[in-house]
Write a protein that binds this ligand. Structure first.
Ligand code: PLP
Length: 372
């Protein structure tokens, strides 16, 4: 029986996410209502009301898969497997590829399921560590040194949760080359793709670069629609695709029909969604620059190049105690880095939502002498 440790981030959020006033550490962008989505097309409301609620096709509805395939350069709709969120896809990838005793290399720190599921299966996990002093970059020599004959997967996440790190194009191609040369599937978590602060910095998707890689995408982050619970993988790796599809019969069988409808609708207008959310990100980033410039004695701020999250360092006091005091006294939620087993006194801040300025004001109040 597989043993999974509690998901620290989920348990932390469970205490606060829906009760605090200023949640400024979310990793998703500003969401939309169903009404807003349906307003994107003149006949959408009528079509949604008439949408059939039977089981849907297990790999995802053909028209949704077609829409998702548009995100990639070389992917056909039958190379897209739709899941219930990115989370289900991570779980199924790990089970499709790994067995007890296998070795896996995972970008660290990371979203917990990217290493926890492998560990739960009984694999040995080597962290591939992003270091702040290197601008959170990954060292390819360290990857080469970590490879073993029984390494069965390499897991990378760029743009990165929690640091916002965007890999350099040369490194990304080299990473794909190394994985392909060794015959190791690269699991490329790209859930923050298309949220690059300068669109010209966008990396290609791993599935478009390598025949064996698997790209992970989702509606939740850049597009701001986590409540749909629609994620997917895209890959040319047919064997792996088939294994994941077979496992899906034991998890969710098929996706939610209303969610498939709304995800397809949203993706037809994904440039509109992305532009709105990128606008919020860019606006919030300049406020963060100013905020951290005003408080440079308290924080080390490293402006990320992509995504709606960053991982600043707190100076002079313990980050867990700081976050606890801040949420208790002012209802402002930041995420201490210890949730990621980070020992560097960092915290995650989220800036993809419109409530950031208000949350920052309260944080500033907290930092002022009146409350200390
Ligand atoms: C890097 C990364 N991968 C996967 C996920 C899971 O996405 P979802 O909640 O849509 O399943 C998250 C969510 O925070 C994430 O940050």
């Amino acid at each position: 029986m597989m043993k999974l440790s509690p998901f620290k981030l989920e348990r932390y959020f469970a205490q606060y996410e829906f009760s605090v006033k200023y949640m400024i550490c979310g990793s998703d962008c500003q969401s939309f209502t169903i009404q807003e989505l349906l307003a994107l097309e003149p006949s959408a409301l009528e079509r949604f009301q008439g949408h059939w609620l039977g089981y849907t096709e297990s790999p995802g509805s053909p028209s949704l898969r077609q829409e998702i395939a548009q995100i990639y350069q070389t992917i056909a709709s039958d190379q897209v497997l739709v899941h219930s969120g990115a989370e289900e896809a991570i779980f199924l990838f790990m089970h499709a590829v790994l067995s007890v005793g296998d070795h896996v290399i995972v970008h660290s720190p990371c979203y917990q399921s990217l290493f926890e599921v492998a560990r739960g299966i009984g694999c040995e996990v080597t962290p591939w560590t992003a270091r702040e002093e290197n601008g959170w970059a990954l060292d390819l020599d360290e990857l080469r040194r970590s490879l073993r004959p029984n390494t069965r997967a390499i897991v990378v996440n760029t743009p990165h949760n929690p640091t916002g790190y965007l890999m350099a194009p040369g490194d990304f191609h080299e990473l794909n080359r190394i994985a392909q040369e060794r015959g190791i599937p690269l699991f490329s978590d790209e859930v923050y793709r298309e949220a690059e602060h300068r669109p010209e910095d966008r990396l290609p998707s791993a599935c478009d670069v390598s025949e064996s890689a698997v790209s992970l995408g989702v509606m939740s982050k850049t597009y701001g629609l986590p409540g749909l619970r629609i994620g997917w993988i895209a890959t040319h790796n047919q064997l792996l695709f088939n294994k994941m599809a077979a496992l899906k019969d034991y998890t969710t069988i098929c996706n939610s029909a209303p969610s498939e409808f709304l995800a397809e609708l949203a993706l037809r207008h994904r440039q509109t969604l992305v532009s709105r959310n990128l606008g919020i990100i860019i606006d919030n980033l300049s406020r963060l620059d100013e905020f951290f410039a005003r408080h440079s004695e308290r924080f080390v701020w490293r402006r990320p190049k992509a995504g709606p999250i960053a991982f600043p360092r707190l100076l002079g006091e313990d980050v867990e105690a700081f976050c606890h005091d801040l949420v208790t006294r002012l209802g402002v939620l930041l995420l201490p880095g210890t949730i990621y087993d980070d020992q560097g006194n960092h915290f995650r801040i989220g800036f993809g939502r419109t409530n950031l300025p208000e949350g920052l004001e309260r944080l500033e109040e907290y930092l002022s002498h009146a409350l200390k």
